[in-house]
Design a protein around this ligand. Sequence first.
Ligand SMILES: Cc1cc2nc3c(=O)[nH]c(=O)nc-3n(C[C@H](O)[C@H](O)[C@H](O)COP(=O)(O)OP(=O)(O)OC[C@H]3O[C@@H](n4cnc5c(N)ncnc54)[C@H](O)[C@@H]3O)c2cc1C
Length: 286
Amino acid sequence: MSLDPTKEFYREVLDNGYVKMLDVMGDDSSPDTDARISTGAAARSEDQRTTLIRFLLRHKHTTPFEGSVMKFEVRAPIMVIREWFRHRTFSYNEESGRYKQLDPLYYTPEKSRVSYQAKSNHQGSGELHPEAASFVVQWAEEQREFEESYNTLIQEHNVARELARLNMPVSHYSTFVVTGNLLNWFRFLQLRMEETAQYEIRVYATAIFDLARQYFPRSFEAFEDYWLEAVSLSRREVELLANMISQPITVECFAGAVPAPSPQFTKRESEEFRRKLLRMGLLKEA
Ligand SMILES: Cc1cc2nc3c(=O)[nH]c(=O)nc-3n(C[C@H](O)[C@H](O)[C@H](O)COP(=O)(O)OP(=O)(O)OC[C@H]3O[C@@H](n4cnc5c(N)ncnc54)[C@H](O)[C@@H]3O)c2cc1C
């Protein structure tokens, strides 16, 4: 399927990066079409499709989402690409520093991004660093120095490109093409839109999310509701929660709070919610 010209397909990311949607296969009707092969049921209404998408994602019945595919071209700093390529279920192709001299594009963060090492989170950034401005200048200077040496080795000494890049910093931008089905993308976005993910990959994930959901609005709404914004509690956390709530929820309170059935919250879902509350010891029946 070709792209819809009325939809946004390109986002600038960081100082020199971008995300460009190249191709899409499928739409919000695809999970329903693929799932129906099991039952042979006839095509359904929009509301029924929405209900099915939401049911499937809620219960992690994920194979019907493998029938839709999105392909993007991405330009990102090598440090982001190193994290991205850990997602092994995507298919990738990347530009080669052996075949061509690479473009002089580097990532230098905004001053507001430069922080102290976080004290509690060993992977993260803490408070803003007062010397941020001078570090940004220093990084840019080091990048210029590397670029000069890279050019000199290739152009004046005819050193092979595959070796001239030896000291290339991870701030250098590279370009790649990534293809994945909707389930691959959901898994990637779940991990990389999290606030624990590094800022630099999070902004790419957010750009992908914004472009992709134009094509699969109901699937992405369900993804947000049941995966991205959902909270899972451990057994210990459930026990603690039950201990903290002195008065269990009454049947009347439950009935008053649960909305009238709709594709966004079906009768079946309210029954599932009731059973969860019962299991957690938070609902008192009669
Ligand atoms: C915040 C954050 C911090 C991280 N820090 C580190 C770090 O410090 N060091 C580090 O090395 N990595 C780190 N990672 C990378 C992380 O460990 C995963 O490699 C990465 O997130 C990809 O996840 P994945 O394996 O689920 O994805 P994919 O490779 O896309 O796999 C998707 C799913 O397919 C299945 N699968 C794929 N391959 C296999 C296989 N070989 N065997 C069994 N099942 C498979 C699994 O169910 C998997 O969840 C970090 C990731 C995040 C999000």
